[in-house]
Design a binder for this molecule. Structure first.
Ligand SMILES: [Zn+2]
Length: 226
């Protein structure tokens, strides 16, 4: 007979329900984060234009390379704000708004790389270095800008509906993307640090995957054909 699993002795459950925001606070927070992201993307495009200008008027290479790196850093930071906003206030569509960071990373690098490759009057060695640095920056930016865990408003509504039966509350571990309704769920008992919050807080923290054992995750996956 299977023995009922027991929680580890040092398990700590941190209750963060008192930090839960109202819906209008969440929307305002998401709007602020989206605005910051857009400002950072505009600055990134300015860096891209500067990099192109510096490349065409090339005297020394490093200012151009610096502009490419600043372009990448701004895009990566912008995408983190954008992704966080989408978890606080999920968009209706899965692709366009969720992956806007990835789309912006193409806009912030593709024209630059094409112009570098087409430039004829720059010495070949500088051209090679600039293209390699731009390509690496573009790949890193794209990798950091994709939302690997995209959510839509339908996902949140469905989770909220399910959570109603548990007072709108759930639990999640420090290192996992699942949310649980049962604090004594077998997969949660192994964790040392567990958080107790609202379903909206779980989504904000990136816990958007219903647990297979206690939150009907299996059923949901079967329905959506995953
Ligand atoms: Zn569970």
């Amino acid at each position: 007979m299977a023995e009922k699993s027991r929680a580890r002795e040092d398990r700590v459950i941190t209750d963060i329900r008192d930090q839960a925001k109202t819906e209008s606070q969440r929307k305002a927070d998401a709007r602020k984060k989206r605005t910051i992201a857009i400002v950072l993307w505009i600055l990134a495009i300015a860096c891209e234009i500067a990099a192109i200008f510096l490349f065409r008027k090339l005297v020394v290479l490093w200012p151009c390379l610096l502009a490419i790196i600043v372009d990448a850093v701004l895009c990566i930071v912008a995408a983190q704000f954008w992704k966080k906003a989408n978890h606080i206030d999920p968009p209706a569509g899965r692709f366009w708004q969720n992956q806007f960071g990835a789309i912006m990373s193409v806009i912030a690098f593709a024209p630059l790389i094409v112009i570098f490759l087409l430039s004829k009057d720059v010495d070949p060695k500088s051209k090679k270095i600039a293209v390699i640095v731009a390509a690496i920056a573009a790949i890193a930016t794209m990798g950091a800008s994709i939302d690997y865990n995209p959510v839509t408003i339908d996902d949140l509504n469905e989770a909220e509906l399910q959570a109603l039966g548990y007072g709108g509350e759930c639990y999640w571990a420090k290192y996992s993307k699942s949310y649980h309704f049962d604090p004594d769920c077998p997969t949660l008992l192994r964790s040392k640090e567990v958080f107790h919050g609202t379903i909206e807080q779980a989504f904000e923290e990136g816990r958007t995957d219903p647990c297979d054992f206690c939150a009907n995750g299996k059923e949901e996956k079967a329905q959506s054909g995953e």
